[in-house]
Design a protein around this ligand. Structure first.
Ligand code: AMP
Length: 398
């Protein structure tokens, strides 16, 4: 069965068509600048060139229509008719406390996702538009919602409660939810498989280090803690997000700069992280490495501060789990930046962790990068959220 995986952002839409029998990607692409001037779609059939076309996309419904148009196109298309799409899997950012797993989408599910709009105002409404657009363009095709938050619903109360007046949890469901769940789930599974073990027998720390970044503690196959919170702003230092800060800083900066709290939160989301720490050099670790090599001290400091924060979280999750068997690195930085992995693992030398420099230099494959005999095994596992969504979709529609 061909499964269309849809990941709607507020002004973008990523898609992949995956053949479930072989798990190969038949085509993939990206719609950008939806609802703006100059919107475009980039489509790539397997083994073919990327084709970018400018085309007006006033909304996500039109974007989905264009995606289907590309998939059916005589030259760059990969299917003969829409009946060749067996199901659609949607990435949904926030499932609140409603969803501890993926579900087949029906009217009740749509309503429950709508109820979480408050918790993810930039993401959930876009995800819902994607669902409705698919419904309009492909009536009758089964659709599945796969939530970023679902994997972390196994966290115990002591891990997800904030020490705020209890009524905020009761009235507004203010608590830690965690994100990147599809990735943490997939990577912990692959890490265990790489060691030839069942993840139920392991204590795994997954470091998803991309533009957004989070760490999770996966004990006996279940997430028991994770660094992102009510929103994806908490936890690690990220590309442009601050991660943990003293909450009193918000009103302090607001008063000093004469702006409101909402604006300061915007700065914490978009102008902070390694971008902010480096004095504006870049949110991209490749640029920071290059600037650091040229002697830019702020870039060097930003990378050091980033590594330190990740190491602190790893340490705290070791205590939370009463030990650790595996540390897994994934996502853009975790998969590609050997220097950053080495810098983080340096903090773990007192635990006997030694990184094999040759293994650490490998790219793009599942690799054990710690030396044989280390009590804690360190691995690199490329994440694949689209494949994980396709697998979930197939499991639920079959
Ligand atoms: P993601 O959000 O997972 O796509 O990760 C994006 C981030 O990964 C980028 O901002 C880069 O900082 C980082 N990244 C991607 N490729 C590389 C690379 N080859 N070397 C170092 N960092 C990389």
């Amino acid at each position: 069965m061909n499964i269309l995986v849809i990941n709607c952002g507020s002004s973008s839409l990523k898609y992949q068509l995956i053949r479930s029998e072989t798990e190969e990607v038949i085509a993939k692409g990206l719609c950008e600048r939806i609802g703006m001037e100059g919107s475009m779609i980039t489509h790539q059939p397997a083994g073919g060139e990327k084709v970018t076309t400018e085309s007006p996309m006033p909304d996500h419904t039109e974007a989905i229509r264009l995606v289907l148009d590309r998939l059916l196109d005589k030259e760059v298309g990969v299917i003969g008719s829409l009946s060749e799409i067996g199901a659609v899997g949607h990435r949904i950012v926030h499932g609140g406390e409603h969803f501890a797993g993926s579900v087949v989408i029906d009217d009740d599910v749509i309503k429950a996702i709508e109820e979480c709009n408050d918790l993810a105002p930039l993401h959930n409404p876009a995800n819902l538009i994607g669902i409705n657009a698919c419904k309009a363009n492909m009536p009758g095709v089964k659709m599945v919602a796969v939530f970023d938050t679902a994997f972390h619903q196994t966290m115990p109360k002591k891990a997800y409660m904030y020490a705020l007046p209890y009524e905020y949890y009761e009235k507004y469901k203010v608590r830690r939810y965690g994100f990147h769940g599809t990735s943490h789930d997939y990577v912990s599974d692959r890490a265990a498989a790489l060691l030839g073990k069942k993840r139920e027998d392991l204590k795994i720390i997954v470091c998803h280090l991309g533009n957004g970044a989070s760490v999770s503690a996966v004990k006996e196959g279940r997430s028991i803690d994770t660094s992102m919170g009510l929103t994806p702003l908490e936890g690690l230092i990220m590309g442009t997000r601050s991660g943990d800060i003293d909450p009193a800083i918000i009103s302090f900066i607001a008063a000093k700069e004469g702006i409101d709290a909402e604006k300061v939160i915007g700065i914490c989301n978009k102008k902070s992280g390694v971008l902010g720490l480096s004095g504006g050099v870049s949110s991209d670790f490749r640029d920071l490495d290059a600037a650091g090599n040229d002697g830019n001290q702020l870039a060097i400091d930003a990378l050091e501060t980033y590594a330190y924060r990740v190491a602190k979280y790893i340490g705290s999750y070791m205590v939370a789990m009463g030990g650790c068997d595996v540390i897994a690195f994934t996502a853009g930085v975790g998969e590609n930046n050997s220097k950053m992995r080495a810098a983080i693992c340096e903090y773990l030398e007192f635990l006997g962790v030694e990184i094999d420099a040759d293994k650490n230099a490998l790219r793009g494959e599942e690799t054990v990068i710690s030396k044989p005999g280390n009590k804690i095994t360190v691995v690199v596992v490329p994440t694949n959220e689209e494949l994980a969504i396709a697998r979930e979709t197939l499991r639920l529609v079959e």
